[in-house]
Each structure stands twice: as C-alpha cells, then as structure tokens.
Design a protein around this ligand. Structure first.
Ligand SMILES: [Zn+2]
Length: 311
C-alpha cells in the first residue's frame, strides 16, 4: 500500500495549519485591542477548566460566542487573550474557570457544553481543532503563570495576552508563553517497528515511543536517549518527519523516524508497561480492539506509523 500523496505534500498534522493571522503587531496596539474587544464582529472562544465549548447539535464543532453573550461576565475584557484575525474577525480566548456552572451563566443554555478537547478532537474539522487547541494551550499557560517566577509578585496580562508582566516595578520581568518540546519516534529495522504502551492508556492502545527534550541536548540526542532508556536499544539515522502542536497541556511533538538493529528489548517498566517489535503485516491487520489498537487518528504517532507502513 503506497500513500496516494507524498507525505511532504499532505496537510500538516491535526491541530496545526490554522487559518489565522496571529497579527503580533496588533498585540502591542492597546487602542486597537480595546476597540476590537467591543466590536460586534469579535468572537470569544471560552475555555473552562481545560475544557472547550462544543456546540450541541448534529455537527460537532466549537461554539464561538459574541461579545453580547459574555458582556455581563465580570472582568472578561481584562482577561481576554487575543488569538488573531480569522478572516475579518478578531478572535479572543476567554478563561471561564472561575465560574461554577458556566453553561448557566452564559446565554448558551442548550447550545453547547464544555468538553475535553482530547476526547472530542477527532470529531472536529481541522481548522476548528487547531483554533481550540491554540486557545486551550495559551490559557493553560496564563493559569500557571499568575505569579512571577523571579520575585513572586503577581503578574498581569500584557500585549493582548502574549506576555505576563511582573507587577513589581523593581523586578519588571516579562514572561512569555512556553511550549515544551517532546520527541516522538517510530523506531524500525526496515521490516519491523517498536511500539509500546503505558499502563494509563486506553485498553489495548499501542504507540510510538516518546519523551521530553532535556536541557543541553539536541533533538537527535533526545530521540536516542529516550529509546535507550525505554527499550534499551541504540537508535541511529534519526530523520525528522513532522511536528504537531499538542497542548495537553503545553507540548509540541517533534516526530522522527529512526533505525535500530533488531534484537531483544530491555524495557524500563517505570517508563512504559510493555513494548515489542511488530511487523507491517501485524499493524495492517490490527484488530483495533481492547487486545490491540493503534493510536488515535488525530495524533502524530498515527501519522508516523501510517507513513512507515506505506514505505
Ligand atoms: Zn517579578
């Protein structure tokens, strides 16, 4: 089975490719931001305790709110985060975590419900998923950086929500949204590849190996280290494949293919529950049930496996 389209010509991974002008120059334009917030074309993407507002209806999609629907919420304008311009529409993300029952507080009763993007993501159109992921990731960072890491003073939203500024004038530190790099890699010997599973994963799910990049190492070194730590084999010929924003809560997944000599695996049971070599035939005939299933279709892990199967 050959892929119909060369991997480099296909759309990016899910949660990427958002049709949004991030318009960083507008983040520093306070008067433009104030006007945009109250413009009737503005739309607000609410996030509540990590969950995204999903429309209740035939089609699964994110529910964007109008200014009139949130104007009674205290402090919304001060805490709205400018995501960018989508067509002619200014998009803002809004954290409603302070409300106990946000569906009741808004004029959305019956139209939508807050759901975990990790669960509902595969049902969404790519653009929708990408924008909700961006909103979720940025608001998660705000929630975790309310105080300055240097002096402990409160921080406040600045530059449309792309900076948090320390309120202590003697300190004055600016803090920027962070994304944690993680490597994810399909290791193969040409004919077989290594998949593993963590005990906390859904029943039967197997996937590629992965881990966070540590300070002072290259991505290639991170791949080799993680593979050696998790299954005790040496990864060589590490080749970049693609990347995927993964805001659960704040990662970017950097995907690789790499080779290893076929041999017994020494599994670190602190890191993973099980791992072994699988042939292409085994994966192509995956039962997709609680005995064995491949990773979710919106993940880069799936793409790494799919492209290797097509080689
Ligand atoms: Zn400070």
């Amino acid at each position: 089975m050959k892929a119909d389209v060369h991997p480099s010509h296909r759309p990016g991974n899910f949660y990427s490719g958002v049709d949004l002008n991030r318009a960083d120059y507008l983040r520093r334009d306070g008067s433009w931001l104030s006007a945009a917030l109250t413009d009737e074309t503005a739309r607000f993407i609410p996030v509540w305790r990590g969950c995204s507002l999903i429309e209740t209806g035939v089609k699964t999609r994110g529910l964007w709110l109008r200014g009139a629907e949130i104007q009674d919420l205290p402090g919304y304008a001060e805490e709205a985060v400018f995501l960018g311009q989508h067509g002619g529409t200014a998009l803002f993300a809004l954290d409603l975590s302070g409300l106990e029952t946000p569906e009741n507080a808004l004029t959305i009763k019956g139209r939508g419900a807050f759901q975990d993007l990790r669960a509902v993501g595969p049902l969404l159109a790519r653009q929708d998923g990408a924008i909700l992921a961006y909103a979720r990731g940025l608001l998660h960072w705000h929630k975790r950086h309310r105080f300055c890491g240097l002096c402990g003073s409160a921080t406040g939203l600045s530059q449309g929500g792309h900076v948090r500024a320390c309120s202590n004038s003697a300190c004055g530190a600016n803090h920027f949204p962070r994304t944690d790099p993680a490597v994810i890699m399909l290791i193969h010997d040409g004919d077989r590849c290594v998949l593993g599973r963590q005990k906390t994963w859904p029943e039967g799910m197997h996937s590629t190996l992965a881990g966070f990049v540590e300070p002072g190492e290259s991505l290639e070194e991170a791949v080799a280290r993680e593979v050696y730590e998790e299954v005790g084999i040496a990864a060589t010929e590490v080749t970049y494949h693609s990347s995927q924003p993964w805001p659960f809560p704040s990662s970017i997944m950097l995907g690789f293919h790499a080779q290893a000599r076929h041999g017994p695996l020494t599994i670190d049971t602190h890191e993973i529950g099980a791992a072994r070599w699988y042939t292409r035939q085994e994966l192509r005939t995956s039962p997709e049930d609680e005995t064995f299933r491949l990773p979710r279709r919106d993940s880069i892990a799936w793409r790494l496996i799919e492209d290797w199967l097509a080689l």
